[in-house]
Write a protein that binds this ligand. Structure first.
Ligand code: MOS
Length: 736
């Protein structure tokens, strides 16, 4: 089905099932521990051997010698695979560095061997016996030091490296009120609960891989390419995923090492990356240095806005596209943005939840707060004043739907924003300095083809099959809701099967594009199935209504199951998009509000209240959508106050590569969170009229926290995370 004209009324609009806060249909299985994750498919391979990966302990250079004899003789060892005996391996395009390194080493903890043994303990013990002699080469590990050599970098999702409209330099120089500040965001880790894990089973020359992966089809293509196999001989299965956040968008070493280990051992092999390896072996969100310049008239109207971002990656890697939202978010006749990329020899930088906008909004929205203060304008009003209904770089392109102003106004009212003191450091409650902060939220809505197959079987059971994944987001549930609404059956009669490359290729889970595109793919398949049903029943398709297990048409009412009395009927299709995403800018909007308390003596920061008001298209399931947003808000607090991978500047690795030292928020850090969704059905986005929401909930939260800390203390921290050492010596209490 091609979606190239705005959606009109369709069966989804009844909202009898879609749009309702349905519980997760997989929730019961998860909380009772009765579903199998990638490492747990004992039922398919009870005799699986265990693989243990060995990571390089230098960041750059080459292996001079690797001694594996002692490991081979160790108890239980079945095979050891290294680059020397693995056979020819290609590098798939989505991986920046090779998943099995050697003799050249590209980054610290790049995998250089896998040991396969009868038990996990034997594999790990044998791995420790491998001796590696390296020739270490000097590496580049500091973004600040390499910034000068950074080059403009286009990125596949982010558009051009540089954009310019009007005369930014002139307009900025002439502006009566100006801000020119530089900010930094650190390297961050995804730390999904479930580690990267895979189990590989060979049957002859065909490989089946149970893994934990967000994008089944990418994984299948890349694994086939790496191993030099035709795609038909690779099957990837990933029905349940314990969190991804972008770290499982692409094939990682666990998948390749399991496949190689299983081939070498002649046995099914499973591997889970140990937590420290997950940090340095896989990907992270790259650190940024960002310069923002804003010029405005005294009345608060922005005349010039410029945003430059520097980040680093391995050779052939990509940038963090932190300037992207600045191309779209605020009005202003004169503008520039630039994305620059330095070469670093740290582990691979890549997508982490809302790549680009997450760190970009952390910076832009502090800058907006600073600018509002310079102008003497309320931060909410400053954003309202500079709203635009057109893409500011291409004024002929309207936003499909944009309710940023409504988000800001409703948020301000609900949060009690009028009680905020415009002057910082004014409100004190006992030992606590109390402040309020806000920020806009913004993330694009991406359209991508998505396929599905839907089958109607006796006695009126609807089976949905697509390679879409559920990374904890609720895909199973909203796809079931879509099929139930379309076919007019209760949720209990729908079965959803996901995460298998044997099913039609879907959008997959990433970039908050999963919900809108994958449900639209199921919608398209259901349209086909409805046609098959009406044909079978001999009724007119055009006015057929599917409801309560019946098909009503032309005054007749027939049971749906009558259509499958002689056998199942199938509908298969995919949603594809025409030019609507080019003629209209599609984005999602929010306003984030935060109240913090800062201990006047110790600078301990406590988040006390949070509110997000979101305009993110039609909300397909308010319960799962809210769950996405509160999780994202929690992640935003982590980014604002805690998360930072510490770089060892001599050896080029992230030192705090475990959950003891990489700090993320826990329950005690997060207060009650309120989430409001505005009515925002968008007929330009898809037949579902929905958009993404899972990343919107993150974008802007960090800045709202930082702005609240400023409002509480009068201390402006421009280097994330905002930790107490950056406040301690400057606290009002310490000076007076
Ligand atoms: Mo998201 S970082 O595209 O999984």
């Amino acid at each position: 089905m091609k979606f190239d004209t705005p959606a009109t009324t369709n069966p989804i609009d009844r909202l009898q099932i879609v749009g309702q806060p349905h519980d997760r249909i997989d929730g019961r299985y998860k909380v009772t521990g009765t579903v199998s994750y990638a490492y747990e498919h004992h039922e398919v391979a009870p005799n699986a051997a265990y693989g243990y990966p060995v990571g390089a302990t230098i960041a750059k250079g080459h292996i001079r010698a690797m001694r594996t004899e002692a490991a081979r003789r160790a108890p239980g060892v079945l095979a050891i695979v290294t680059a020397e005996n693995a056979g020819k391996l290609e590098k798939a395009g989505r991986n920046t560095a090779k998943l099995l390194g050697g003799p050249e080493i590209d980054h610290y903890h790049q995998a250089i061997a896998v040991v396969v043994a009868e038990s996990f303990e034997q594999a790990r013990a044998a791995a420790a016996l491998i001796e590696v002699e390296y020739a270490e080469a000097p590496g580049r590990f500091s973004l600040a030091a390499e910034k000068g050599a950074a080059k403009p970098a286009d990125s596949d999702v982010g558009g051009p490296a540089e954009t310019a409209v009007g005369d930014f330099a002139g307009a900025f120089a002439r502006a009566p009120v100006r801000l020119d500040e530089t900010y930094t965001t650190p390297d961050e880790s995804h730390v999904a609960m479930e580690p990267h894990a895979s189990m590989a089973v060979w049957e002859g020359e065909s490989l089946t891989l149970w893994t934990s992966n967000q994008m089944i089809n990418w994984g299948r293509m890349d694994l086939a390419k790496t191993l030099g196999l035709p795609e038909e001989r690779v099957r990837v299965i990933s029905p349940f995923i314990g969190g991804g956040f972008g770290s499982k968008l692409f094939l990682r070493s666990d998948a390749l090492l399991a496949a190689l280990g299983a081939r070498a051992a002649g046995r099914p092999v499973k591997i889970a990356l140990p937590r420290p390896l997950a940090v340095n072996n896989t990907t992270h969100r790259p650190a940024t240095i960002q310069r923002v310049r804003i010029g405005a008239e005294q009345d608060g109207r922005i005349t010039a806005i410029g945003h430059e971002s520097w980040s680093g990656d391995l050779p052939d890697g990509g940038p963090e596209t932190a300037v992207n939202q600045t191309r779209l978010l605020y009005a202003g006749a004169h503008r520039m943005t630039a994305t620059r990329l330095a070469t670093l020899d740290l582990p691979e930088g890549n997508a982490m939840r809302a790549p680009g906008e997450a760190p970009g909004m952390m910076v832009l929205e502090i800058a907006m707060d600073e600018m509002a203060e310079k102008l003497g304008i309320d931060p909410v009003q400053f954003r309202v004043l500079n709203d635009t209904q057109q893409d500011p770089e291409n004024p002929s392109r309207p936003f499909s739907r944009r309710q940023l102003v409504a988000c800001c106004r409703m948020g301000a009212e609900r949060f009690g924003w009028e009680r905020r003191s415009a002057r910082p450091g004014q409100r004190r409650e006992g030992n606590w300095l109390v402040g309020l902060g806000m920020a806009a939220g913004f993330r694009n809505n991406l359209l991508t083809p998505s396929g599905a197959r839907v089958r109607l079987e006796e006695p009126g059971i609807v089976i949905v099959e697509t390679d879409m994944t559920d990374i904890g987001t609720g895909s199973y549930t909203i796809l079931a809701q879509t099929a139930a609404e379309m076919m007019g059956v209760p949720m209990e009669q729908v079965r959803v099967r996901l995460g298998d490359s044997a099913f039609p290729v879907s959008a997959g889970s990433g970039g908050q594009w999963g919900a809108n595109n994958a449900t639209s793919g199921v919608y398209a398949a259901c349209v086909k199935l409805r046609e098959a049903v009406t044909r079978k029943l001999g009724v007119n398709a055009a006015d057929a209504v599917f409801e309560h297990g019946e098909v009503r048409s032309g005054g007749r009412s027939l049971p749906l199951r009558q259509a499958v009395a002689e056998g199942p009927l199938t509908g298969e299709d995919k949603i594809e998009y025409g030019d609507l995403a080019k003629t209209h800018q599609q984005s999602t909007f929010a306003a984030h509000f935060v109240e913090v308390g800062v201990d006047a003596a110790t600078a301990e920061i406590r988040v006390r209240r949070m509110l997000a008001v979101c305009a993110a298209g039609r909300i397909l399931n308010p319960k799962t959508a809210r769950s996405q947003v509160i999780g994202a808000m929690t992640m935003g607090v982590g980014a604002a106050l805690m998360e930072e991978l510490a770089v060892d500047p001599r050896r080029g690795f992230f030192v705090n590569h475990d959950l003891a030292l990489y700090e993320v928020p826990v329950h005690a850090d997060i207060p009650h969170q309120e989430v409001v969704f505005l009515e925002d059905d968008d007929p330009i986005s898809s037949p579902m009229k929905a958009k993404g929401v899972g990343e919107l909930g993150l974008c802007g939260v960090g800045a709202a926290v930082a702005n609240a800390v400023y409002n509480a203390t009068g201390i402006r921290v421009r280097d994330y995370p905002v930790t107490l050492d950056k406040l301690l010596t400057r606290l009002p209490a310490a000076t007076g």
